[in-house]
Design a protein around this ligand. Sequence first.
Ligand code: HEC
Length: 530
Amino acid sequence: MGRFFVAVYLALNFSVAQGQEQVTWSADIACLVYTHCTPCHNDKGIAPFPLQSYEDAYRFRYGIEPIIASRQMPPWPPSTDYGDLAHERVLTQEEIDLFQHWVEQGAAEGIPDQAPTPPVYASSLEITDPDFSVRLPSFEIPDLREYDLYRCFVIPTNESEDRYITGIEIAPGNRKVVHHVILFQDTSGIPEQLDAADPNLGYTCFGGIGTNTASMVAGWVPGSSAFSAPEGMGIYLPKGATLVAQIHYPEGSAGEIDSTLINIKFSDQTALRRIENIPVLNHFLGIDRPLFIPANTRQTFHETFSPVPFKVIVTGIAPHAHLICESMKAYATTLTGDTIPLINIPHWDFDWQGFYEFKKPVIIPAFSTLHGEATYNNTTSNHHLPGDIPVDVSVGEATTDEMMLFFFSFAVYQQGDENLVIDNNQHTPHYNDCSYAGMTVATQDYAAGSPWKIWPNPASSFLHIETSTSADVVVIRLTDLWGRFILEERMTDNQRQINLPEGLPSGVYLCQISDQSGVRSAWKKVIISR
Ligand code: HEC
């Protein structure tokens, strides 16, 4: 290519770079939406409208912008600075700013071909290849006459060997009326007898499932997603065990039909480490006073479990309360006076409860004390109050009663557990690894704190990269100004030479270095002149 052509090419590319400062759907926003929103906002998902195209996002742009800025969406009630939870659904401030700029600048589409391909959601289920799957028969909820219904459905497993559950997903058939599902396992034969004695499908149960030999396997509450056990661990299911799903249909559900689905993955192994799911902190034992919240009062309760008899690892936690609860928090204190934060939910939302896992299992030393705190607001300042005026609330199973439970998923500590990892990402991995062509130009000096060099620049056949970072592995990516992928290489040393592909046209390119998670990254413009 002659000198003249190189000059024209560069000029064109620079004008493109200028144009890119405008935030567009194709270059910037689609990536964020496909990463953080469409997992729920798709045509089969749980959110009320899809966000699967530019048209969808454009239509809802004024609704989206403030809801992201106030961090109401994506829904993630726990504080991000208390406990180290896995799979956090949170946007970075940079991502929030980008949305805001997009809307302010008129929410342009940009160049449609350059948007990432939209994800396809074949099913709203997370476990699509279960080893055991059951859809409960259609159940018409009878007239409850102002009572909540707790109905137990018996599910024989017919497994001839002991099994370990490594994944489980419960998908309510009718989300309008399913308040919760708790799945138990039992081998006493009593649930079958109770079922046979009731002429209708299942049997009515309250509290538990009518036996005291049952143990909890999993649960679904609004906001739950599928459970998957950490590597090498599982929930024990004895051979021949019966699963019993206790489903709570609140008052006012009469006439509705539900048919809930349960999908389970089993391990191939016959012996696995057991995870127990137990409400270790609860309002039956270890609460500082009975859970009673008189009308027009705000009350904080404290639960403890002490001492933890041996060293354990906690892989997950699920706080549970009902409507008038305002906040929930759990932590552990050790004999040496350390506090181990577990979870803090500053604005409890009954509709967004979850089973939360930790990035790494939390190690709790023997003889520690577990603590739970919850505040209930039974005054008119609480807009989640079930009625118009506050009435006395006490402990109970109805939605309008209250509870204070913290389910712990834990296992006895084993040597080496320090190395277990449940979630390695600092930030939700970006859908299709899409890169931000638009942002890169603006943020190219991001790496000021960790100098790195690239030479020669302009380059013709190779690039030499030198960093001062201490990260074990640095990923180098070369893209064009649109963020289109050209090559990716890893450097495990502070220096690396990369040969440029033959046939790569002269022009301006972007070279990104980042740590393995892709979160800490920096960019430089590179000119290739051949
Ligand atoms: C985990 C599932 C989930 C994710 C992820 C999610 N949403 Fe939602 N979204 C919902 C549900 C469910 C609702 C319905 C209201 C509710 O239940 O809070 C909703 C409601 C909304 C609303 C309407 C809110 C209102 O008050 O009317 C907007 C706007 C919205 N979402 C935007 C987004 C955007 C933008 C993203 C990505 C940045 C996102 N959501 C991510 C599930 C989700």
